[in-house]
Design a binder for this molecule. Structure first.
Ligand SMILES: Nc1ncnc2c1ncn2[C@@H]1O[C@H](COP(=O)(O)OP(=O)(O)O)[C@@H](O)[C@H]1O
Ligand SMILES: Cc1ncc(COP(=O)(O)OP(=O)(O)O)c(N)n1
Length: 268
């Protein structure tokens, strides 16, 4: 029988299709991993922000996890939006039974600035979920929260990546530089070596879903048994292409896009 790489995302939804579960599944599909999902929250949102949140009941999150894990192979998985401590507890309990690399996108606020997780849950995520990861992928504000100090330079980014691994117990850390000026440079620390991944900054406001797409691409490549370095390297190329191809649709920050055809006059 042929083997298929299977990737799972545990996250919230985005009916406008740019972020969350929707971005993750599109990315898995494009990168030729078989995509599966467990929904934590149904989020009414679009390119302008978050309009409403509905949290899936805990027993239903647990049931979805059971349905996937008891029947399907999982070769790598990621988490995105996990809104509160109770949800985190349910997920943390199941993680040890998934024998696959865990990529955490420590989602806290949307690009629009709307909060996606409860204030008190941030500490739980740092103390209880982070040590279970193979990789965590914070942006600058997320890294600042995790280590409790400012991250303003590339040197600070490298130090943050080291702290997240050595002081907080993550398997590896990828600190992303999208929120700084200049080159879009990210630093990966795997416990021994710092690697950098750099791309020319693209002048666009259409970055809705970049973090989701990037961590999903890493998860897809890990599910295909690439090394952590190779997975991040290929995912960086993928997300850069997706930002280049982002759409000026919607009134706010348009979604990233990797392949849909952009013809003059077709969009808006
Ligand atoms: N304008 C941009 N041009 C090119 N790459 C970017 C741009 N903005 C972000 N990136 C890259 O997109 C990825 C996501 O980064 P970042 O914006 O820092 O995280 P998040 O989307 O979670 O806030 C990183 O690889 C970052 O370097
Ligand atoms: C359900 C859900 N999960 C995550 C996000 C964050 O996406 P976005 O606002 O685009 O920020 P980055 O992916 O760029 O960090 C979301 N909006 N919704």
């Amino acid at each position: 029988m042929e083997k298929v790489a299977c990737a799972l995302t545990i996250a919230g939804t985005d009916p406008s299709g740019g972020a969350g579960i929707h971005a993750d599944l599109k990315t898995f599909q494009e990168l030729k991993s078989y995509g599966m999902s467990v929904i934590t929250s149904v989020v009414a949102q679009n390119t302008t922000g978050v309009q409403a949140l509905h949290h899936v009941p805990l027993e239903m999150i647990e049931q979805q996890l059971y349905s996937v894990i008891s029947d399907m192979p999982v070769h790598a998985f990621k988490t995105g939006m996990i809104a509160n401590i109770d949800m985190m507890k349910v997920i943390a309990k199941k993680i040890p039974s998934i024998a696959a690399p865990y990529v955490m996108d420590p989602v806290m606020v949307a690009t629009s600035g709307d909060p996606l997780i409860e204030e008190q849950a941030r500490d739980f995520l740092r103390k209880e979920l982070l040590p279970l990861t193979a990789l965590v992928t914070p942006n600058i504000p997320e890294a600042e929260f995790l280590i409790g100090r400012k991250v303003e330079t590339t040197d600070d980014m490298k130090k943050a990546a080291r702290s997240i691994v050595h002081d907080l117990g993550a398997g590896a850390a990828l600190v992303k530089g999208g929120h700084l000026d200049g080159e879009a440079v990210d630093f990966l620390y795997d416990g021994t070596t710092i690697y950098s991944f750099s791309a020319k900054r693209i002048n666009t406001k259409n970055t809705h879903g970049t973090g989701c797409t990037y961590s999903a691409a890493i998860t897809a490549y890990l599910s295909q048994r690439l090394s952590l370095y190779e997975a991040v390297d290929k995912a960086k190329h993928f997300v850069t292409k997706a930002i280049k191809g982002a759409f000026p649709i919607g009134a706010g920050n348009g979604p990233t896009n990797h392949w849909a055809i952009r013809e003059k006059g077709v969009f808006q």
